[in-house]
Design a protein. Sequence first.
Length: 303
Amino acid sequence: MPLILDEPVTAGDLLSLDELRHFRQTSAARSILLVAHAWVVIATAVGLYVWRPTPATFIVAVVVIGARQLGLMVLMHEAAHWLLFATSRGNTWVGTWFCAAPVAADLKAYRRSHHLHHRHTQQHDDPDVERAMPLPVTRGRLALAMAADLCGWTAARRVIAWRPRSDGIAQGVRRMRAPLIANAVLFGILTAVGGPTLYLFMWVVPWATWFQLATRVRGLAEHGRLPGSDDPLRSTRTIGAGALARATIAPYSVNYHLEHHLAVFVPCWKLRELHALLMERLAGARIAQAASYWDVIALATSA
């Protein structure tokens, strides 16, 4: 019989011990395939533009690469939760060099901050709250913010505003070591393939435009217009995502955010299975869901 719950729940309230053991299992092979998939898609988009450098292929490549850059952040998020591999060294090494560093992210700093986000979701001590766009927002203001994302202004502001943290310039330089090395490698590879401007067009521009927009939409969708609560069923939401949304906005099951907050030990490639199981057991319960990302945007701009 489906469960109808009115009180905060945990994964242990909804899953049996056998199910918990099943969902906890990671797979090194699956994780390697996910990371490889992100880079193969990026390489394919670059190849498309090199093969036929037209405005249409440029736009397609920027969207596809920007979405996979978000995908690399999603896989870095997996590493932050120790879900790519069974060993901490494997998670940190792959998560740093193949996921975080290419998009100028710091896995170790993100790991510390993100665990606070889970502990204090949508509450005063949640580090993500102060970075989120205040909601609701007018359609015009959201459109301007998205235009700033797509024209590169949001990225430029972030670069200009970057400052070393309180631990000093030396530590800040050390944190930039991996991003600088990773991007130097990317610059060398793309220069060999199509000249130095290829790095600008096929890596910097996607990061400065579509990646920023996709990151904003993701932030709106996961926690926007939801109350702060200890209940993961009501402090975050899952969003329906078809093939186009998964290719452009929601890579690697990132749309199953409610399931992730309920069971942070579940690898991203099992979240869809967990979602189906929970929908059976939570029929009738008040849970946060949206049919699509368009619905979330409409909610963000409603009174």
